[in-house]
Design a protein around this ligand. Structure first.
Ligand code: FEO
Length: 401
């Protein structure tokens, strides 16, 4: 994408990665691609905030060239060491030979290990430090674990502009740059997916950092993250959404049912439980895990009021297709919800206790004993599943979150 002026004299010189479909190795689906945003500030000291992923270095330099000769860059701010933002630094530095590099103390320590083929001269900046670049002053705010220990935000008070790197981002490639130019539901869904699958484990630190920014009384009228769309219409919207997600506040009157099935019994149970929940006024959604994307299932659980997980028993375990989902659910700590397990079996029922253990590990609260069916479900069994759904919904509606 070409350089786009986001405020007078400040340009997004980043790139779209239209075709990436998995991020962080294979762990995160990115069905709408992503972008690596980098920001160029024209002032007495020409400043570049962040770079882009290594394969896009040439495109970054071309975008900078549209605005200014990259040789003239005086300062490079490295907000984060992950290669999607740092990777192009060696190519930029080959051109901007005299540019001074700034990073957090952990960034200074880690950068030479991320890019070990060169010697690096880095100035460490910590929370409260400022850097005058002419008519503007950059302020730095360390933001450990948003997304790595080295992460920091750069704030420009004269512009009321926050450059928070990974925080408030979305994996969303777009020819448009601003929140008022894209479809809101898509934007918020991608922001929620990004939070659930990247930042969720660090929710206590997210709350702390947002409170810190509030206490600093920073005026912010634009948040320009390092991935996706820039928030200018209502930056408070994404801050409030982060607080909802970080505090595990359900934002939809919905129960998510995740299951897999061997010969169809658990599937029939899932459908009847869903009918029961639905008849009680809550909505419910089914995910057969072997057919679904686990990152999207986890995103939906983040906003839901409750979660149910079902499996047949096989080899004294739950079905393996649920393993990655359950591991990720507990690793990402997307929990804090009323939960229950259900399942079917032939000769020995083992899956539901194991499912409960995983749900608890993710921070959920088991509010109802499991329901199980042996072999094929009778009409009575399915009626019991329906009633189970109704009873579970009643517990959810009475549960204080
Ligand atoms: Fe977008 Fe943690 O890198």
């Amino acid at each position: 994408m070409p350089a786009i002026e986001i405020k007078q004299g400040i340009y997004d010189v980043g790139v779209n990665d239209w075709n990436i479909r998995a991020f962080h190795g294979p762990t995160l689906s990115t069905f709408l691609g992503t972008s690596y945003n980098a920001y160029l500030i024209l002032d007495e000291k020409i400043t570049l905030v962040d770079t882009v992923y290594t394969p896009f270095a040439k495109e970054l330099l071309e975008n900078i060239q549209e605005v200014v000769d990259p040789e003239k860059i005086d300062y490079i701010i490295i907000n984060h060491l992950e290669m999607d933002h740092l990777g192009a630094l060696p190519e930029v530095k080959k051109v901007a030979k005299n540019a001074k590099i700034f990073a957090s103390p952990k960034g200074k320590a880690g950068l030479p290990k991320q890019l070990p083929d060169e010697d690096w001269d880095i100035t460490a900046v910590k929370t409260g430090d400022t850097l005058s670049i002419g008519k503007r002053t950059l302020s730095f705010i360390e933001a450990p674990m948003l997304h790595w220990p080295d992460s920091m935000f750069t704030y420009i008070k004269e512009e009321k502009l926050l450059l928070p790197n990974d925080a408030f981002g979305q994996h969303l490639a777009s020819s448009k740059r601003f929140d008022d130019e894209v479809e809101e539901d898509t934007l918020m869904y991608q922001a929620a997916k990004y939070y659930a699958n990247i930042l969720s484990p660090f929710s206590p630190l997210v709350i702390k950092k947002i409170n810190e920014i509030v206490s600093l009384n920073l005026e912010i009228d634009m948040i320009a993250p390092s991935h996706g769309i820039i928030w200018r219409k209502d930056p408070g919207k994404i801050i409030h959404a982060y607080l909802d997600w970080a505090t595990r506040k359900p934002t939809q009157e919905k129960v998510v049912i995740v299951y897999d099935t061997l010969w169809g019994t658990t599937e029939k149970m899932a459908h009847k439980i869903l009918e029961g929940i639905s008849s009680s006024g809550l909505s419910a959604v089914l995910y057969k895990m072997s057919k679904c994307d686990l990152n999207e299932v986890i995103t939906d659980i983040q906003s839901a009021k409750a979660v149910l997980v079902g499996s047949s028993t096989i080899n004294n375990e739950y079905i393996p297709s649920l393993s990655a989902f359950l591991d990720e659910l507990s690793a990402l700590k997307v929990g804090g919800k009323p939960a229950a397990a259900f399942g079917s079996y032939g000769w020995a029922e083992k899956a539901t206790k194991l499912l409960e253990e995983k749900l608890i590990k993710a921070g959920n609260k088991i509010v109802k004993e499991p329901i199980t069916v042996q072999f094929k479900p009778t009409k009575e069994d399915l009626q019991k599943c329906y009633e189970y759904g109704r009873e579970f919904a009643a517990l959810v509606l009475n549960h204080e979150q």
